[in-house]
Design a protein around this ligand. Structure first.
Ligand code: T3D
Length: 262
């Protein structure tokens, strides 16, 4: 990586991407955002990469936009422009990559940092982590897809309350509400994330990617349209070598050795 504000580590079949500006709780700057996009593209284009872990260095996951880059005394900025340039492309990419993306939320996730985490496919959080829809505290509205994602995850009543109050949501509450997959002991977070990613990296990669797309498409589809989409997608999955291997392995009573060929 050209910039050390985002670290990339290749593991066996998956990639770990770490936001690395711990002194500022990994708040997003344009450079860090560009590096993160580059790292995600590289992982997506790497045929050996079958899963991604996204996490943060230090005591925070990400505190959202770096407010040190904003100076209200200089006039009214066009925040729509920065959303269009940085945050919207980032969350679109997280959802478009046809690989499982595991977010290991190691500490506070605030503002865009919270909604970027929640845009990932499987979210694990350390029990000490908190999710804060911090936007209302500075007169903004939730972005990075939060009004869409969070509302679908936890419903309007809770979404409106946490967005309008900015109250921190603990990892354990987030798990109880269905906002994340699991809250785990702090010391276990990265072990859990690696173990999940290693499992995914041995999985039927095309099928997992298609599953992600199907679940994401369901929100906009009627039940009938979704049934059609499942039919078409199953046709595609059924043509992969991993399907043949999965069924053969079952019949031969042995573990499947998926190649994950994409
Ligand atoms: O502008 C646009 O482009 C529009 C898009 C907006 C997207 C957004 O994300 S808006 C929301 C921006 N984020 C926030 O409003 C959160 C701001 N941070 C906080 O409220 C608190 O830091 C936390 C609740 C996240 C954590 O609190 P705490 O007490 O654990 O840590 P701290 O002491 O506040 O922060 C530690 C350091 O990180 C501190 O630096 P210092 O004083 O030690 O040099 C603090 O200033 C810095 N930091 C934390 N968040 C940000 C930040 N620096 C810049 N930007 C931040 N967002």
């Amino acid at each position: 990586m050209s910039d050390d504000r985002v670290l990339v580590e290749n593991s066996d079949g998956y990639v770990v991407i770490t936001l690395n500006r711990p002194d500022k709780l990994n708040a997003f700057t344009p450079i860090q955002n560009n590096s993160l996009m580059e790292a995600l593209d590289a992982a997506d284009e790497n045929p050996d990469c079958r899963a991604i872990i996204l996490t943060g260095a230090g005591r925070g996951f990400c505190a959202g936009q770096d407010l040190g880059e904003r100076n209200p005394a200089e006039g009214t900025p066009d925040l729509g422009q920065t959303i269009e340039t940085y945050f919207n492309p980032l969350v679109r990419k997280l959802r478009a990559i046809q690989l499982p993306i595991i977010c290991a939320v190691n500490g506070v996730a605030a503002g865009a940092g919270a909604n970027v985490a929640l845009a990932c496919d499987i979210v694990l959080a350390a029990k000490s982590a908190k999710f804060i829809q911090a936007f209302s505290k500075i007169g903004l509205v939730p972005d990075s897809g939060g009004t869409w994602t969070v509302t679908r995850l936890i419903g309007e009543a809770r979404a409106k309350a946490i967005m309008m109050t900015g109250v921190p949501v603990t990892a354990e509450t987030a798990e109880q509400w269905g906002m994340i997959w699991r809250a785990v002991d702090d010391g276990e977070l990265m072990n859990e994330a690696h173990s999940l990613a290693a499992g995914m990296a041995k999985g039927a990669t095309v099928g997992l990617g298609l599953t992600k797309m199907l679940v994401q498409a369901s929100g906009a589809n009627s039940f009938d349209r979704q049934l059609d989409l499942e039919r078409d997608t199953q046709r595609e999955a059924g043509r992969t070598p991993d399907y043949a291997e999965g069924v053969t392995a079952f019949l031969e009573k042995r573990p499947a050795a998926f190649t994950g060929r994409r």
